[in-house]
Design a protein around this ligand. Structure first.
Ligand code: ADP
Ligand code: ADP
Length: 229
């Protein structure tokens, strides 16, 4: 059983004759623990797809199921709770709270949800992501790559069913991007964390388990890095 499944997913914006078919019939299944990248040109529908998978927006047609949750059957309130409990988001911008330390940023979503952080698990993540020395630092004392690692740690801290990353390396240089990819790959293996990541960077995509290629709102190919055309 895949942990994530999208069936016949369509998302149209606007009305005829100016309708935009951002997603035009996407079927996608992701197994638990898999690290999948979605690649495609700007405007091909990558962000729209990620928003549908994470319950940030509703499809025009089609179904998304995440870890047994059928998103189309959920109210807006249920979707909010679903996102908080089941989805970890990482974006191009790190979105860290500038007046909170690294540790405080990482546990913030857990505390906002009214829970107590599992300190041992948080320490394990901080360690694994190489943030131990920075634990009490403010975000502005960190490099871009370190800030993105904090954002990843924050996303992992809630033990989400799926981690969704939208161009997480978009603001980072090549070397730092590869580091961040290494971190995602390692957490995917270590915690059996399912990850779906958007990138337009082919080299970065090669580092994932599976590449899904999207064009004009449709999946046009799948493969494993260099075996692809
Ligand atoms: P990508 O992430 O691959 O760059 P997007 O999913 O952002 O692609 O966009 C796919 C298409 O849908 C584009 O043509 C884009 O202009 C359009 N689009 C995205 N969001 C909206 C929106 N809120 N309203 C209208 N059109 C949108
Ligand atoms: P940028 O690529 O310009 O830095 P982001 O990657 O941060 O932008 O955001 C991409 C999209 O995700 C935007 O449409 C934004 O509104 C949305 N978004 C960003 N952060 C969140 C969040 N924490 N929760 C829900 N949606 C978000």
């Amino acid at each position: 059983m895949p942990i994530l499944s999208a069936q016949g997913l369509k998302k149209y914006y606007g009305e005829e004759p100016n309708i935009v078919r951002a997603l035009d019939g996407v079927d996608l299944e992701v197994e638990a623990g898999e690290f999948v990248t979605v690649v495609g040109a700007s405007g091909s529908g990558k962000s729209t797809l990620l928003h549908m998978l994470g319950g940030l927006d509703k499809p025009t047609e089609g179904k998304v199921t995440v870890d047994g949750h059928e998103l189309d059957k959920m109210s807006d309130e249920e979707l909010t709770i679903f996102r908080r409990r089941n989805v970890g988001f990482v974006f191009q911008s790190f979105n860290l709270v500038p007046i909170l330390s690294v540790y405080e940023n990482i546990v913030l979503p857990i505390e906002l949800d009214g829970n107590r952080p599992d300190k041992a698990f948080i320490d394990e993540i901080i360690d694994l992501l190489g943030l131990k020395e920075k634990r009490n630092s403010l975000p502005n004392m960190l490099s871009g790559g370190q800030q993105q690692r904090v954002a990843i740690a924050r996303a992992l801290a809630t033990k989400p069913s799926i981690l969704l990353a939208d161009e997480p390396t978009g603001n980072l240089d090549t070397k730092t991007s590869q580091d961040v990819l290494g971190v995602l790959k390692m957490t995917s293996a270590k915690f059996h964390q399912t990850i779906v990541m958007i990138t337009h960077n082919e080299h970065i995509a090669q580092l994932s388990d599976r590449i899904v290629r999207i064009e004009d709102g449709k999946i046009v190919g799948e493969g494993r890095g260099i075996n692809e055309k």
